[in-house]
Design a protein around this ligand. Structure first.
Ligand SMILES: [Zn+2]
Length: 73
């Protein structure tokens, strides 16, 4: 994948979570009770047993990540 900022080739990799999937919330939404991310987009694997991950591409020049939320393979 080509970096949309500098046009250099990006490095394919995976963004791993720990036991639970990472969540994405818009900046104007707050965590409920400081813990629960209701309505968030989960960045997770299809398998319950696998460590949670999503495919991502990193630009080593810009230090940007692009995440494909629907592609964990
Ligand atoms: Zn770049």
């Amino acid at each position: 994948m080509e970096c949309p900022y500098c046009k250099k080739e990006m490095i394919k990799g995976y963004l791993y979570g720990e036991r639970h999937a990472l969540k994405w919330l818009p900046a104007d939404k707050k965590l409920y009770a400081g813990i629960y991310a209701f309505g968030a987009i989960s960045l997770k694997s299809d398998s319950f047993w696998a460590r949670q991950r999503v495919k991502s591409f990193r630009c080593s020049d810009c230090n940007k990540l692009i995440i494909d939320i629907n592609d964990t393979k």
